[in-house]
Design a protein around this ligand. Structure first.
Ligand SMILES: Cc1cc2nc3c(=O)[nH]c(=O)nc-3n(C[C@H](O)[C@H](O)[C@H](O)COP(=O)(O)O)c2cc1C
Length: 182
């Protein structure tokens, strides 16, 4: 089945490692015929959830006006979600985490998303893949809680400078993952 894939990116570095990883995945997914939307949370203003529990009651998903009001419809249209992000402090960067926090609005308003599948593409400076456990476990627990099937986790470790990913097989792996989405 051809999918509508939402790729949420987390890095403020345009053309950086995880941004390139997102683009490689998107290239693969498009070759397979899927539709993709790339949404850079670092370019947006999304504040943290304040647990006011008035989601969708004032005309927008979140009652606090910010860019989540443009992200919410993209989430509603997606069949699959992909997180393409650097690891910050063993977890998601704040910009991406703020967007994830506001997924809460769908729970509070009892709206079901049609997202069924997900993937994680993550870069980091650390060479030791065991140090990616925090972000990978968070991702997997979110997926399990929301009933999404994990289509793959790609970790590209040991990256510091913007173009370091070009020295790895990370982009090839991300493109292959995109191509193989069913
Ligand atoms: C605020 C901040 C926190 C970071 N925390 C970690 C970390 O916990 N572990 C790690 O391996 N790398 C960490 N890094 C390094 C980035 O994950 C790494 O440079 C990554 O490749 C950047 O990806 P990008 O080019 O897509 O922005 C951190 C970088 C920043 C700016």
């Amino acid at each position: 089945m051809l999918k509508n894939i939402l790729v949420l990116t987390g890095s403020p570095r345009k053309g950086g490692n995880s941004d390139k990883l997102a683009d490689a995945f998107i290239a693969g997914a498009q070759q397979a015929g899927h539709t993709t939307v790339k949404y850079a949370t670092a370019d947006k203003r999304i504040k943290g959830c304040i647990d006011c529990q008035t989601c969708f009651k004032k005309g927008t998903a979140c009652s606090i006006p910010d860019d989540f009001s443009e992200l919410a419809p993209l989430l509603e249209q997606a069949d699959m979600i992909v997180f393409a992000t650097p690891m910050y402090w063993f977890s998601f960067p704040a910009q991406l985490k703020a967007a994830i926090d506001k997924f809460y609005s769908f729970l509070i308003s009892k709206r079901t998303l049609k997202i069924k599948d997900c993937a994680l593409l993550v870069t980091g400076g650390d060479k030791d893949e065991s140090n990616y456990e925090g972000i990978v476990t968070s991702y997997k627990l979110i997926a399990r809680f929301l009933g999404w099937k994990d289509s793959g986790v790609i970790i590209v470790p040991g990256l510091h400078d913007k173009d370091d990913i070009l020295k790895t097989d990370g982009l090839k792996r991300a493109e292959a993952l995109g191509k193989n989405i069913l």
